[in-house]
Design a protein around this ligand. Structure first.
Ligand code: 5GP
Length: 239
């Protein structure tokens, strides 16, 4: 599961023939946009990272939707996934939707901060955008599954790990089954995983019980605010 950390060269492509300055967000191919541009010491960037995790169906997606809507200044990592888009999901906004070959290339190149297989699909956090953000001394938020949260804990022990818990198991089951977007086999696998994931709560720094999406979001926003600690300086700028 641990990716090999080889740094590929990642210079931006010029916008050929247009005579304008390239826009790194739109002009570069995905592979280059996700790349880590230079070596950053983990030590200098880790203290502003918040990780939101918890069982499938607990409402992480809803919390993130409220965040996007009401707190657009909170920077949220866009994961790479091999899952197919659901109706309404936009490539590059909700996920970078890629095929397995591209995902595996990102893993081989060490471009994923963490990654996991979840219910038959691969999900991962592109390292470059998160590191660039943290190197500027700005907070970053990941919304990932438990396996990913554990990998972040191992790589960045100072990250703030937040567990989003359901008010009860029955409520979680109702939400998982009620979503209506998945087939019965997927729901069965997700319930099984959700039970395991609930047991992991003590591994987290903080638990938010999702009584309402609004309340849970506001608690998370407060935690992200409190995770912004001392200023950080990228190691390449140290004397
Ligand atoms: P969904 O398919 O419902 O969007 O997400 C399924 C699960 O994958 C959720 O628990 C979600 O938090 C998790 N997930 C989304 N992105 C990532 C990621 O980059 N890494 C990991 N490890 N899990 C992710």
């Amino acid at each position: 599961m641990t990716a090999e950390h080889r740094r590929p060269s990642a210079s931006p492509s010029p916008t050929r023939g247009t005579g304008r300055t390239p826009d790194p967000l739109t002009d570069q191919p995905l592979r280059e946009r996700l790349a880590t541009p230079y070596e950053l010491s983990i030590d200098c960037v880790r203290s502003r990272l918040t990780v939101l995790s918890g069982p499938s169906g607990v409402g992480k997606g809803s919390v993130v939707a409220v965040l996007r809507d009401q707190y657009p200044d909170i920077w949220l990592s866009v994961s790479v996934t091999t899952r197919r888009p659901r109706p309404g999901e936009i490539d590059g906004v909700h996920y970078h939707f890629v095929d397995r070959a591209m995902f595996e290339e990102l893993v081989r190149a060490g471009e994923l901060l963490e990654w996991a297989e979840y219910a038959g699909n691969l999900y991962g956090t592109p390292r470059g955008p998160v590191m660039r953000r943290l190197a500027q001394g700005l907070p970053a938020l990941l919304e990932i599954d438990l396996q990913g949260a554990r990998q972040v804990r191992a790589a960045m022990p100072d990250a703030l790990l937040v567990f989003l818990a359901p008010p009860s198991w029955e409520e979680l089951k109702r939400r998982l089954i009620g979503r209506g977007t998945e087939d019965p086999e997927t729901i069965r696998r997700r319930l099984e995983l959700a039970r395991e994931e609930l047991d992991a709560e003590p591994e987290f720094d903080h638990t938010i019980v999702n009584h309402s999406v609004q309340q849970a979001t506001e608690e998370l926003v407060r935690l992200i605010g409190s995770s912004a600690r001392t200023p950080v300086i990228p190691s390449r700028h140290r004397g």
